[in-house]
Design a binder for this molecule. Structure first.
Ligand SMILES: *[C@@H]1O[C@H](CO)[C@@H](O)[C@H](O)[C@H]1NC(C)=O
Ligand SMILES: *[C@@H]1O[C@H](CO)[C@@H](O)[C@H](O)[C@H]1NC(C)=O
Ligand SMILES: *[C@@H]1O[C@H](CO)[C@@H](O)[C@H](O)[C@H]1NC(C)=O
Ligand SMILES: *[C@@H]1O[C@H](CO)[C@@H](O)[C@H](O)[C@H]1NC(C)=O
Length: 427
């Protein structure tokens, strides 16, 4: 209703007069408390209503005894409608270290809103309709380490958005926005950044130099974007400290051979829900510290030894929902610590992978949990014929499997896992 009325200036003036006469319509009371977790003196502000952008939020409320505005370290705003964030908050609380707004229906931040933010370490806005962040907004926040704009409708980032704080920032969360591309300059100079979350945007293209300065980054989330075909092969080349890379839910169809070459510290790689058809030679060979690899929901047909190399640290390997029909013999010899291998929903019904001439021998591995739907009875219990079984769980020398056949589902314990031919189900 306010938006419609604002279109006509006379009605707009009417509304302003109305608000002037409504007592304290733009005021809200802080409820002050000392936070149990971080022991910081905190203002919790709820039900603030500042509907017009030229109205200031007026913060009232009674301090705990012995405390004043200068003691407030945290402000946490929720369930409010604050059209524009002004400089009044930081002028009142000069020593704020954390600024949090969750569901504050914020539509804009004034470019001078953070003029007095010298002590600020965390700035967090969630669920707003900002579209853009003013240039050099954080220029004075020399201690800012964590910055979150989650689900704020941001479509572009100016090159100078991190001006003045580039050497301080450690954690950046822009997940759930509408970013479409990443230029070479956006993250320039962020040499202390440890975590970058760009999940759930609309990113289609990333300049090959976009991440060049992020030499200390350990976690990079690019999942649920629109990255098509392939990423530039040099895009991760300086990220030698990266331990976690999430590329899930994109449309990557091709992996450039050198893409992961420098990621010697990578522990978790998630490539699931893409359109990958094959794994090039040596694509994962330099990832000697890899603990988990997720390749589910792609179109991979075959696994070759020379795509992977030696992975004696890898515990988890999942490749469910692909078109897998072949695993090169000896493939698992390089996975000395594998504990968990999933390969359900593949094209293996013809007994290609787990067949009797070329059985996968896990007996010398520490595999505790293996799940695939390609085992079948070689030596079925009497009267069942050859039926497919699925292994549900293996551990402590026992396995539980499920046999599907005409008359329903039956559960069995499996005695030996050494070869499929030796699997015996005992009811
Ligand atoms: C704030 O608290 C005072 C005193 O309890 C009260 O009179 C006032 O109405 C409150 N203001 C708002 C906006 O809730
Ligand atoms: C990436 O950015 C650099 C520097 O701005 C530019 O020279 C280069 O052409 C860009 N690459 C692509 C593929 O657009
Ligand atoms: C990577 O991390 C280690 C500590 O884990 C640190 O000593 C090293 O300087 C970092 N390397 C880079 C390039 O930042
Ligand atoms: C893993 O392999 C590397 C070389 O590829 C070797 O240096 C290391 O000792 C191995 N670790 C274990 C636990 O076998």
């Amino acid at each position: 209703m306010v938006k419609i009325l604002k279109q006509s200036s006379s009605k707009c003036i009417f509304i302003m007069i109305l608000f002037t006469f409504l007592p304290q319509s733009n005021a809200a009371n802080c409820s002050y408390a000392i936070d149990h977790e971080n022991h910081k003196y905190t203002c919790v502000l709820k039900n603030a209503h500042v509907l017009l952008d030229n109205f200031d939020l007026i913060i009232e409320g009674t301090h705990l005894q012995g405390y004043s505005d200068d003691d407030v370290k945290v402000i946490s705003i929720s369930d409010s409608v604050i059209h524009t964030i002004q400089n009044t908050i930081f002028e009142k609380f000069k020593n704020l270290e954390e600024f949090l707004i969750i569901d504050g229906e914020v539509q804009a931040i004034n470019s001078n809103a953070l003029e007095s933010c010298e002590k600020l370490e965390t700035f967090h806005i969630q669920d707003a309709e900002l579209n853009k962040i003013p240039s050099r907004l954080f220029e004075n926040c020399k201690k800012l380490k964590e910055l979150t704009f989650n689900n704020c409708g941001i479509t572009t980032l100016e090159n100078d958005v991190f001006y003045g704080i580039d050497k301080e920032l450690q954690k950046l969360d822009f997940s759930g926005n509408k970013l479409k591309s990443l230029s070479s300059d956006i993250f320039k100079g962020l040499i202390r950044l440890k975590e970058l979350n760009l999940a759930s945007n609309e990113i289609e293209s990333i300049n090959e130099s976009a991440f060049n300065d992020l030499i200390e980054v350990e976690k990079l989330m690019l999942n649920s974007n629109k990255i098509k075909s392939s990423l530039p092969s040099s895009i991760f080349k300086t990220l030698t400290n990266l331990t976690e890379l999430d590329l899930r839910k994109n449309s990557i169809s091709e992996l450039k051979v050198d893409l992961f070459k420098e990621l010697k510290n990578l522990k978790i790689l998630d490539l699931s829900s893409n359109d990958i058809k094959e794994l090039p030679e040596e694509i994962f060979t330099s990832l000697s510290n890899l603990k988990s690899i997720y390749l589910d929901f792609n179109n991979i047909k075959r696994l070759f030894i020379n795509s992977f190399g030696e992975h004696n640290q890898t515990l988890i390997f999942t490749i469910d929902n692909n078109k897998l029909y072949s695993i090169q013999p000896g493939f698992f010899n390089n996975f000395a610590s594998l504990a968990y291998f999933h390969a359900t929903e593949n094209d293996c019904m013809d007994d290609y992978i787990f067949n009797h001439d070329n059985p996968i021998d896990f007996s010398d591995k520490k595999v505790k949990d293996i799940l695939h739907d390609c085992y079948y009875f070689h030596d079925p219990p009497k009267g069942f014929g050859e039926k497919y079984i699925t292994l549900l769980w293996i551990g402590l020398g026992v396995a539980v499997c499920m046999c599907a056949f005409l008359y329903g589902l039956h559960f069995y314990f499996v005695r030996s896992l050494k070869r499929e031919a030796q699997i015996q189900c005992i009811e």
